[in-house]
Ligand binder design. Structure first.
Ligand code: S6P
Ligand code: ZN
Length: 198
């Protein structure tokens, strides 16, 4: 009998996220130190409290070479300075592992960055949208709307998570709220513009 035979069908909540009976991790604001570009805005927000930023419920039914894992993420709406609430972001420890994201509720996007070239893309993620994350591509989810962003991610069981590279150098780009919606900006230029603010 294959592993995971008792978890072939799972029920998830399309409004609040979560998968019935599946373990879930939570990331609060304090867990995201260093992720946001505006350090002063981050410290000011943390002084006000430590809100839940996102949670991920995961099903890891099998761990053989052909197996898949999946998770339902719920990313809350909000901003730190001009930057939207975001996930830590990672590369897969096994670099060739790709992933498919399916938007379920809310309005958001995936920030993708090619590990070799640094080329970055912002790809919309919401209901009726599917995003393919190629291997060797750092990925971070952002909530650009005003309700929770709920999404499903499906990836090889062997993918693993490498957070170290992102923790060390972060993404090259930031996603900020512009007058007409989300804007992808170069991180260094954005941080420089903060230094110049009155
Ligand atoms: C796993 C997949 C997602 C993320 C989730 C949280 O490969 O990409 O389930 O784990 O979006 O993001 P992060 O960067 O904290 O793992
Ligand atoms: Zn991933």
């Amino acid at each position: 009998m294959p592993t995971g035979w008792d978890t072939l069908g799972q029920r998830f909540d399309p409004l609040l996220g979560g998968i019935t009976g599946a373990p879930s991790i939570e990331r609060r604001l304090r867990d995201l130190r260093g992720a946001f570009a505006d350090a002063a805005a981050y410290e000011a927000a943390l002084a006000q409290g430590d809100p839940l930023i996102y949670s991920v419920a995961s099903v890891e039914a099998g761990s053989g070479p052909g197996d898949l894992h999946y998770g339902v993420g719920t990313l809350m709406p909000g901003r730190i300075g001009a930057e939207y609430y975001l996930t830590k972001g990672h590369l897969h420890a096994w670099r060739p592992a790709a992933e498919v994201y399916i938007g379920i509720r809310g309005e958001g996007a995936l920030l993708l960055e090619d590990e070799q070239t640094g080329e970055s893309r912002l790809v919309p993620l919401g209901p009726h949208q599917v995003v393919y994350v190629p291997g060797s591509t750092a990925h971070r989810t952002v909530n650009t709307g005003d309700e929770p962003l709920v999404y499903l991610g499906i990836y090889p069981a062997a993918a693993g998570h490498d957070y170290a590279a992102i923790a060390e150098r972060n993404f090259r780009c930031v996603v900020i709220a512009g007058a007409d919606g989300p804007v992808l900006c170069d991180r260094q230029s954005f941080v420089a513009s903060l230094g110049a603010r009155p």
